[in-house]
Design a protein around this ligand. Structure first.
Ligand code: P6P
Length: 359
């Protein structure tokens, strides 16, 4: 491999694919290029959002009833338009769209599926806080000539690649094709993503935990105990971690990937009909969960690995504990010990499909 200084993301993807899959046709490589280019276009707009009238809310809401930001819509459009005509995809699905996004009839279909959250944490753009794009790539499994919902509703164990872009003080793209996690920093002077973090591994020693303390009143007993354990309140054996919560999952997750820690967005029983928390299984938990596991970490819904869950609907939401394996496993233990009522209710919502890797 050439030295890191010369290693652009395009070259790295090509070299990694040649090594990991010599028989590869290069389609996945091209697809990752397309996403990198989309990221450059989105980065340009997020860094100058204050200068053009692209700031603030659009007058539309997404499928979750959340106010869409103008940049949400811009980022959603960019990713779609950079990928709808390439013949590499058979179908797309976006957190911002209610249904799957078919490839227009006038274009050929390919063998891959792209799921994405175009601009996670977008409400932070107006206050100049880091935001991110999250994506996952699956292979087509349906028999028809074009993509279908079944191509999108796949468990994370089947994923082919995943990544995120964090638009912060610098723009970074982090991706994995199952052979380690690699980070690239955008050099705006040449418009290239240059390898800056090769083979990222989550540190064994954690520094941070990320949770919205403002939701404490809704937390289940197990989550309450867990957060106190993270704060070191239980003395010997518990963790005196610092809290960092940006309100932007990609930014919090990226920091914890590099410095060690856990991000927590739990479910609760504030509404017994809605025990699943806020985050989306397909567009957030599965792609980031794959990256976390590839970096030696873990991602759980408080009960099992998120990569083992078979999604039963596009907008399925899950509780998320993601980052350092020891911290994630500890969350599962506290929930197992203290949150049987919540666990029973949550499982009925989740297990509407056979689970992967369950005998
Ligand atoms: P809350 C952004 O909307 C997001 O999906 C994540 O990026 C972020 O971590 C979380 O929601 C923030 O949610 O309820 O703490 O404001």
């Amino acid at each position: 491999m050439p030295s890191a200084a010369l290693m652009t993301i395009e070259r790295h993807i090509l070299e990694a694919q040649k090594e990991a899959a010599p028989q590869a046709t290069g389609v996945l490589t091209q697809l990752l290029y397309d996403i990198a280019l989309s990221a450059k276009i989105i980065a340009r707009e997020t860094t100058r959002a204050g200068l053009v009238n692209i700031l603030g809310s659009a007058d539309t809401k997404n499928v979750y009833g959340e106010q869409q930001q103008k940049l949400d819509i811009f980022a959603n459009d960019v990713i779609f338009k950079m990928n709808d005509h390439t013949g590499r995809l058979c179908v797309m699905a976006s957190e911002e769209n209610e249904d799957i996004i078919p490839i227009p009839e006038r274009f050929e279909c390919g063998k891959y599926v792209l799921v994405y959250d175009p601009l996670d944490g977008s409400s932070n753009v107006d206050v100049n806080v880091s935001v991110g794009t999250i994506f996952g790539i699956f292979r087509k499994i349906s028999n028809g000539p074009r993509g279908a919902l079944e191509d999108v509703l796949q468990a994370g164990r089947s994923i082919a690649a995943a990544g995120y872009i964090v638009y912060g003080p610098s723009t970074m793209m982090v991706y994995t094709v199952g052979d380690g996690v690699h980070g690239f920093t955008l050099d705006p002077s040449v418009g290239e993503f240059i390898l800056s973090h090769e083979n990222i591994k989550i540190p064994a020693k954690s520094k941070y935990y990320s949770v919205n303390q403002g939701n404490e009143k809704y937390w289940t007993p197990g989550v309450r105990h867990y957060v106190k354990w993270l704060q070191g309140i239980y003395g010997e054996g518990s963790k005196p971690l610092s809290q960092r919560y940006i309100g932007s999952l990609v930014a919090d997750f990226h920091r914890n990937m590099l410095n060690g820690g856990v991000y927590v967005y739990p479910g609760d029983l504030n509404d017994p009909n809605d025990p699943c928390g806020k985050l989306r299984l397909l567009f957030e938990a599965i792609p980031l969960g794959y990256i976390a596991e590839q970096a030696g970490g873990a991602a759980s819904d408080g009960d099992m690995p998120v990569l083992d869950i078979v999604p039963h609907k596009l907008q399925q939401r899950v509780p998320l504990f993601i980052g350092n394996s020891e911290l994630v496993n500890k969350a599962n233990q506290f929930i197992r010990d203290y949150d049987r009522e919540w666990l029973e209710i949550y499982r009925t919502h989740r297990d509407q499909q056979k689970l992967v890797n369950r005998e």
